[in-house]
Structure formats: C-alpha cells, structure tokens
Ligand binder design. Structure first.
Ligand SMILES: [Zn+2]
Length: 246
C-alpha cells in the first residue's frame, strides 16, 4: 500500500506538471488583445505588432517606433502602453521596433544599410550615404511589412516616433486639432522637420499620399528624455490626445 501511495503521489505530481501554463498574454499583459508578427527583418527577426484597447472602436491607431534603430526612447513608451493596464476608447496597434536589426546593432539603418524612413513609396528618390533610400521604393522587407499592415488596418491616426530633434511636426497631418492636442500633451515644441533639406520617401509622406482619410504625425523626442517622461508623460499624451484612457 505504501508503494502504491508513493505511485499515486508521483502520478499526481506528473499530472500537475503536465497541466499547460495559463495564457500569459491575458495575465501579464492585460492591455494586449492580439499579437501579430507582421513581417521579418533582413536578418529574419520578427517585426511584432501588439493590439491594445477596444477592437470595435472607430478610432484606429498605429504607433511606430525605432524605424531608426538607434532611436530607442519611444520603444520604452510603446512598451509601457503595451505592458500596462487595459486601454479603453481606441483600437491601438503598437509596433515598438520597426527596425529590429538596426535596434540590435544600435544603428539608424537596417541590415542593408538603408534608412527605412527614406524607403517608402512617395516621392522616393535614390539617396546614398547616411540616409540611403535603398535600390527602389519598398526594396526593404521592413518597409513592405509596414506598408502591407497599414493597407490592411487603415489607421485613422498614426504616429511615427523619432529622436532626437525635440519637437512635433503638425503641418499637413490630416487632423491639425489632434496634432495640436498631442503637441501640447507630449510637451514638445511645434517644429517643421525637413529631413536635413527636403524629404523623400518618408513614412508620413507615403501615409498622407496613400491614406488620405487618416492623420499622421511625426514626433521627435528630445535626445535624453527622462524615464518618467517616456513611461508616464508620453504614453498619457497619446492616449489623452485620442480621448482614450487606461
Ligand atoms: Zn528617426
């Protein structure tokens, strides 16, 4: 009987250990309603989009960070949105790392040496050097992944986060009132960003040309934002500007 008791105990232990762990997305990340791999980088890294908030909301939002791999501040902001409490009042997709190869090597460009924010198909032009635009528009897997995802989800509002020019460009956004609300909440000066001279092939240019009903804003964080700014001010700013909250 004693050995049978030990056997029973052992089998109970085995049974417990075979019970699958509960889905962690719901318990560890209560704000997340969906996770999708929307494409892969040149080196095969996943490009991950996380859906937060209310999928039935008519406010469809896409937030993009680290299109330039060495601009890491807003990655913290988007991960804070992802990892916090549930969000109400908007259907929000975040892509914290658009350029995972550049992020891994702390480099602006992707693994082909291309500046992804010059590779989109609007006024694309061949540029070489630090802002290499690629062999042709959408030559890079990262920009194609973003293009296809945007064409599918059709955001009403999208933000392209960058660093370190310390400002927000509210010209030609498609929704000036929202852009001004965001500028004041994110506590950044209103500036015009002209890509060092003139812009070609940027995400925001392409979005405005292709998705005329949507609004797009480029946010340039300061060079050294505080952790409190990235984890509190910036996430609250985007939610508040959209009438969403957590
Ligand atoms: Zn940038």
């Amino acid at each position: 009987m004693k050995s049978l008791g030990v056997l029973a105990l052992l089998s109970a232990v085995v049974a417990v250990s075979l019970v699958p762990a509960p889905a962690t997305a719901a318990t560890e990340r209560p704000a997340v309603v969906e996770k999708r791999v929307i494409g892969h980088s040149v080196k095969g890294r996943d490009i991950v989009a996380w859906r937060l908030g209310d999928p039935t909301s008519s406010t469809k939002v896409l937030l993009l960070a680290a299109m330039h791999g060495d601009e890491k501040g807003s990655v913290t902001t988007l991960r804070t949105l992802r990892d916090g409490r549930p969000i109400k009042g908007a259907d929000i997709w975040v892509v914290p790392v658009v350029n995972p190869d550049g992020y891994a090597s702390n480099r602006r460009q992707n693994a082909h040496g291309v500046d992804l924010n010059r590779n989109f198909g609007a006024k694309w032009r061949r540029i070489r050097g630090a802002t290499d635009s690629g062999r042709r528009a959408f030559s890079e897997p990262e920009t194609r992944a973003i293009r296809d995802f945007v064409d599918e989800i059709r955001p009403t509002h999208t933000v392209s986060y960058h660093q370190p020019l310390d400002g927000i460009d509210i010209r030609d956004t498609g929704d000036r009132a929202w852009a001004k609300r965001l500028a004041s909440r994110v506590r950044l000066p209103q500036k015009a960003f002209d890509c060092f001279s003139r812009c070609f092939g940027t995400y925001s240019m392409w979005f405005r040309a292709k998705h005329r009903r949507g609004a797009v804003v480029t946010v340039e964080l300061p060079r050294r934002p505080s952790a409190a700014y990235l984890r509190t001010v910036a996430p609250r700013a985007i939610l508040g500007s959209l009438g969403a909250k957590r």
